[in-house]
Every structure is written in structure tokens, then in C-alpha cells.
Write a protein that binds this ligand. Structure first.
Ligand code: B12
Ligand code: SF4
Length: 458
């Protein structure tokens, strides 16, 4: 069968109001391979599969016209992409109502009602590799898709769910992501800390923690499932054979099992693998435990960036978020990163009940610790998280759940909250400019615009 897999364009801001902001500029320099669709594509090797990354090739109608797919799969992982994914699905059906459409990703699982319409034939709920393969087989052979686990479909105007599909237990049994589908796009895949072609490797799924604002544990499960260190290194070698020398380890917390990471690093060293850049996300408490391993990793690449969800500077707020860390742990992690000469990069979640002094203390902390890259996001309670039921919303427009708008009520008047938040954003911009490397994210035109914005704000 002819199957088109679509990664819809990045968040389209409805009113374009953030054009010229730091975040919109950062997003321009920030595009990564759609691993989800590459994992799915790898399971469909008996079919004629193509992948469309709409950030790079936005002309959907042209692709539909030239490829004429029987089935189109559309991913929707971040909630702010819901409306956009819905539009893409609508365009596919308008183009040819006979095309079978499949939507997958965590937002489809957590908000099935948003995809319950005649533009969507199937919802894939949860990890999609086996579900999609079985679905395509059933559609081709006329088999009964109702027996396939992890699906939702419309029947007589009602959304029906099949039995739940458990997460993939043996990750190494999955084929490597089908990068032949995205090879043509690879020169575009970059990270804000590495402006050279970048490969992504997802070495583990699941998270044993339960931060109240995060969907990962609910979606991928609380048990950490890992690829073997040998498979991780093999995948890095495959990327190197494609000429890729910068790697993003996109696990939610790459350092969760320090011993495993140590084995990966030893294997990389034994094989004399050198990389121009490595980035990862990690928790502060794991950084504290992984200092020695990180020092060893620096012999593989002396350019490492780690994005840390610090989330807060008060133990009370960290406790409310159920982060399982403290300010002391954050301080210790920062000290280790400084010792290793790894830039301090990370994010904070702003409490909707924050007072002016909380904003000011956060600004002082970030400036004193000399962050290179820092993001400040007011709490966004996502469907599927514990935080979702705990707040009063000011909007349920998913376009606004993008980290740049307030979606829940704040204690301070909105104008005052927004002013304080803007001050933090300006500080983030200033710090980014101070650290030469971080500026690489911007192209020359954006850099000039930002210089202008900053000088006006002085
Ligand atoms: C790498 C990454 C990114 C990359 C982009 C990667 C990419 N090309 O898509 C960057 C850094 C750019 C990014 C940006 C953002 N991200 Co992000 N990102 C991740 C991260 C860490 C890994 C993604 C990944 O590769 N996963 C591995 C694949 C295999 O998993 P998957 O995508 O879920 O796909 C599986 C299933 O969902 C399903 N599936 C998915 N799509 C489809 C489609 C079909 C047809 C089928 C059948 C099945 C299927 O099958 C897949 C295989 O099992 C995830 C966390 C995570 N654990 O997934 C966060 C995550 C997805 N991101 C998140 C967020 C919030 C964002 C941002 C909004 C951040 C911001 N404020 O700007 C932006 C939004 C970008 C956008 N496009 O809308 C949240 C989403 C929360 C939510 N429910 O809304 C997550 C869960 C992180 C978190 N801890 O909260 N992100
Ligand atoms: S924020 Fe990180 S540590 Fe917390 S539940 Fe999500 S993935 Fe796990």
C-alpha cells in the first residue's frame, strides 16, 4: 500500500503576534527529525512509504497529488499542535475522501474528542509501531481491525476503543528508525545549541517520576524501558555513517540509570567515537549522581549541552510540582555543570500564584548562576496530567497552550504577571547574548532584530 506519514508544521501562531520574539526566533533555529514517524515507517518496510516534514515542505496538496497515498498517518504529540493537525487531516479528506487517515501521538490519546470527526478514520493510542503495522495489514487484507489493540475508530457516529495496547517491552526488537525517509531533510535538522546537522536517538522510554505537569509517565508508563547500550552505540555509528556528528539524546532523562549511561560512554570510548556535539535532557538529581560519567563523556565530545528541568527555586514550589528535587539539589547540579564547563541550560515553571518578589528572586538566581539558555513557562496544565484538574482555565484554545500564553488564572492581575514574565524573558535574551555559543541559534537577520529589541529596552 502507499502510505504517507506527515509531521505537521511547527506551531503556527494564530495571530503571528510572537513574530520577532526570542522564542519565535529560537524555534526557527530548532528543528529535529520526526523520530516517531521514522519508528513507524521502519515497521512498514513491505509497503511504499514516504514521509513529509511540513516544516520543510509545507505544500501538502502537491504531495498528495504526486504520491496519491492510500493511507496517510499524521502525528500530533504536543497539545499546541492539535488544531494544526486537525487542519492537516481535513485537507487530506478534502483532497480525496477515499484516503484512509490515521492520527497518532500523545495529544490524540489524551484528547480523543478533538479527533472524533469524519476527517479521522483511526486513532492510534499509545506507542504506534505494532498497532500501525497491524492496521495496515488488516486494511490491505480486509481483516478485522476491531481486534487490533491500541486503536479507536468511528462506527455509527460513535468513537469506539479497542483493547489497550501495552507499551513495547523489548525496545531492541524494534528496527532502527527509518532515516532513509528523512535523509533529504537532514541538513535542516538542528538544535539551538548546535547549528550543524543533528541526529536524534531515543534510548529509553517511560519515566518513574510523576511531576504533576508532565504527560510522559502517563503516556509511556512509569517503568523505564531501555535500549541496550550496544544498540544505542550502533545507532550513533549509523548516524555517523550518514555524516552526522551531532547527537541529541532525546530521552526525557538520559541520566536516569547512571550505570547504564556509564556502559554507553565506555563503549563509545572503546570504539574511539568522537562527536562534535552531544545534547540531552536530564534531571538535576541525576546530574548530581552522574558527575563522573559526564566527565568521561567529555572525552567523546567536549561540546555537551544538557537541558535541565529545574522548575523552581523554592522547595515549596518543587514539592507542589512533585518534582522530587530541592533547591539544594539544583544548586549542586549547577555546581557540577560549572566544574565540567557545561553551559547551564534549563527551564523554570512559573507558579500562577507567583507574587512580584517571586519573579524578582527567580531573576536574581538565574543571573547569579549565569545561565546560558533559560526558559520561563507559566504552568500549563496538560490533559492527562495531575495538574489538569487543579486549575481554573482562562482559555481552552489549544493554540494558546504553547508556553507563550497564560492559560490558567493568576494571583497577580494579568497585566502585572505578564510584565514580570516579560522581564524574565528579557533577562533570558540578555544571558543568551552574553554566551556567545547560544547566539548561534539565530540567523543574521534575527540577530540584528534582537540587538535592536535589546537596545530599545535598555
Ligand atoms: C525531542 C522532543 C522535541 C523536539 C521535536 C521532535 C520532533 N521532531 O517532533 C523539539 C525540541 C523541537 C520539541 C519541541 C516541543 N516540544 Co517536545 N519533546 C521531545 C521529546 C523529548 C521526544 C520526542 C520523541 O522523539 N519521542 C520519541 C517518539 C518515538 O515518541 P512519540 O513522538 O510519542 O511517538 C510514538 C507515539 O506517540 C506514536 N505516534 C506518534 N505520532 C504518530 C503518528 C502516527 C500516524 C502513528 C500511527 C503513531 C504515532 O507512535 C510513536 C512510536 O511509538 C518528547 C518527550 C517524549 N518522551 O516523547 C517531548 C514532548 C513531546 N514535547 C513537549 C512539548 C511541550 C514541546 C513544545 C511545546 C515545547 C515548547 N514549549 O516549545 C515544543 C512543541 C513542538 C511542536 N512541534 O509542536 C511535550 C508534549 C506535552 C504535551 N502533551 O503537549 C513532551 C511530551 C515533553 C514533556 N516532558 O512534556 N520537542
Ligand atoms: S518532567 Fe521529566 S522527570 Fe518529571 S515526570 Fe516528566 S519526564 Fe519524568
Amino acid at each position: 500500500m502507499k502510505i504517507l506519514l506527515i509531521s505537521p508544521s511547527k506551531m503556527i501562531q494564530g495571530d503571528g503576534s510572537d513574530e520577532g520574539s526570542l522564542s519565535s526566533m529560537m524555534h526557527k533555529g530548532f528543528l529535529m527529525e520526526p523520530l516517531n514517524l521514522e519508528f513507524i515507517g521502519a515497521m512498514l518496510k513491505d509497503h511504499d512509504v514516504e514521509l513529509l516534514d511540513m516544516v520543510i515542505e509545507p505544500n501538502l496538496a502537491e504531495k498528495l497529488g504526486s504520491f496519491k497515498p492510500d493511507i496517510v498517518g499524521v502525528s500530533c504529540v504536543a497539545i499546541q499542535g492539535v488544531n494544526n493537525a486537525r487542519k492537516v487531516l481535513q485537507t487530506i479528506k478534502e483532497f480525496n475522501p477515499e484516503t484512509i487517515t490515521v492520527a497518532g501521538g500523545s495529544s490524540v490519546a489524551f484528547l480523543p474528542e478533538e479527533f472524533d470527526n469524519s476527517n479521522v478514520d483511526f486513532h492510534v493510542i499509545g506507542e504506534g509501531e505494532y498497532t500501525m503495522r497491524e492496521l495496515v495489514e488488516a486494511l490491505e487484507s480486509g481483516g478485522d481491525f476491531r481486534k487490533i489493540k491500541g486503536l479507536a475508530y468511528r462506527e455509527n457516529g460513535t468513537l469506539c476503543f479497542t483493547e489497550k495496547r501495552p507499551p513495547v517491552e523489548d525496545l531492541d526488537a524494534l528496527p532502527f528508525p527509518a532515516r532513509h525517509l528523512t535523509r533529504k531533510y537532514f541538513s535542516h535538522y538542528r538544535h539551538h545549541q548546535a547549528q550543524i546537522p543533528l541526529g536524534s536517538v531515543f534510548t529509553s522510554r517511560g519515566c518513574p517520576n510523576r511531576c504533576i505537569f508532565c504527560t510522559v509517565a502517563e503516556y509511556f508508563g512509569r517503568k523505564l524501558r531501555c535500549h541496550s547500550p550496544e544498540r544505542v552505540v550502533e545507532e550513533i555509528l549509523l548516524l555517523k555513517s550518514m555524516g552526522i556528528n551531532a547527537i541529541s539524546l532525546v530521552d526525557d532523562n538520559f541520566l536516569q540509570h547512571v550505570k547504564r549511561v556509564d556502559t554507553i560512554v565506555s563503549l563509545l570510548t572503546q570504539k574511539n567515537i568522537q562527536l562534535e556535539h552531544i545534547n540531552m535532557s536530564a534531571r538535576a538529581d541525576c546530574i548530581v549522581r552522574a558527575g563522573d560519567v559526564l566527565a568521561k563523556l567529555k572525552t567523546v565530545s567536549d561540546d555537551i549541552s544538557i537541558c535541565v528541568g529545574f522548575e523552581g527555586i523554592s522547595d515549596e514550589w518543587l514539592k507542589t510540582l512533585k518534582k522530587g528535587t530541592t533547591r539544594k539539589i539544583n544548586d549542586n547540579a549547577i555546581a557540577i555543570l560549572k566544574d565540567l564547563d557545561i553551559p547551564i541550560a534549563g527551564g523554570f515553571v512559573i507558579n500562577p500564584d507567583a507574587e512580584v518578589r517571586d519573579f524578582r528572586e527567580l531573576a536574581e538566581y538565574v543571573e547569579e548562576k549565569d545561565f546560558s539558555i533559560v526558559t520561563f513557562t507559566p504552568l500549563i496544565p496538560l490533559p492527562g496530567t495531575a495538574a489538569y484538574a487543579m486549575h481554573s482555565y482562562v482559555t481552552r484554545d489549544w493554540d494558546q497552550f504553547d508556553g507563550r500564553h497564560l492559560v490558567v488564572k493568576t494571583k497577580l492581575p494579568v497585566e502585572q504577571f505578564t510584565r514580570e514574565w516579560e522581564n524574565l524573558e528579557n533577562l533570558a535574551t540578555k544571558l543568551m547574548f552574553k554566551h556567545r555559543k547560544a547566539q548561534n541559534v539565530l540567523n543574521n537577520e534575527d540577530r540584528d532584530t534582537l540587538h535592536k529589541i535589546l537596545s530599545l529596552k535598555k
